[in-house]
Write a protein of this length. Structure first.
Length: 201
């Protein structure tokens, strides 16, 4: 899953949400000298969500829908597209308006800027310019993001040209997302409620 999903799945706990945003930018074991314990829990939750997502049958089915050569990059494409679907239908998943939620998430990152790795600081500047994650509701913003990801990959890839394929598969991908996301949400809530973070520390 991508940034909006990780933040939402962390619930109302600001430290878990911050850890959810840090998850793609902190590698290896999080440093307890740098990050508060609950933020580390959020990083671990992010990783647990990624493992659960990669192994889920609905996600595997969504990946199989992608034609070659896009299927090889299905993880990236589905992360981005599922965040688009989540943003587009945000009112179905949250009582908070998307624009308000998006502004609050960026404000959270600004308040803890000293904890952000350089990569996340750069991404925060990009978020401000493009109004993310609320901007992910717009197809044009997703296409721009895909082209950016494609340019950063170390080898030639079709990610930047995937938008027509994703649009052609919009309905079946939406069906897979609708079946998958409630289960992912239940998994994350259970992970938080049952103290998985403490057990894994």
């Amino acid at each position: 899953m991508n940034h909006l999903a990780h933040a939402l799945l962390a619930g109302d706990d600001a430290d878990l949400r911050l850890g959810g945003m840090l998850g793609d930018f902190v590698h290896g074991k999080p440093d307890p000298q740098r990050f508060p314990p609950r933020v580390i829990d959020g990083i671990r939750l992010h990783r647990a969500i990624d493992v659960y997502t990669d192994a889920h049958p609905e996600v595997a089915e969504a990946r199989r829908l992608l034609p070659s050569p896009y299927r090889r990059f299905g993880g990236i494409l589905l992360d981005m597209w599922f965040d688009h679907l989540l943003a587009r239908d945000f009112a179905s998943w949250s009582a908070e308006p998307l624009d308000v939620y998006s502004d609050q998430l960026r404000a959270l990152l600004h308040r803890h800027r000293e904890l952000l790795p350089e990569g996340l600081q750069r991404f925060l500047a990009y978020m401000e310019v493009h109004g993310l994650p609320a901007g992910y509701a717009e197809r044009g913003e997703i296409e721009r993001a895909l082209r950016g990801v494609s340019a950063r990959l170390s080898r030639a890839n079709p990610v930047g040209d995937a938008m027509p394929v994703l649009l052609e598969l919009e309905q079946p991908l939406h069906e897979r997302f609708e079946a998958f996301f409630p289960q992912l949400r239940a998994f994350a809530a259970d992970w938080i409620a049952n103290g998985e973070a403490s057990e894994l520390r």
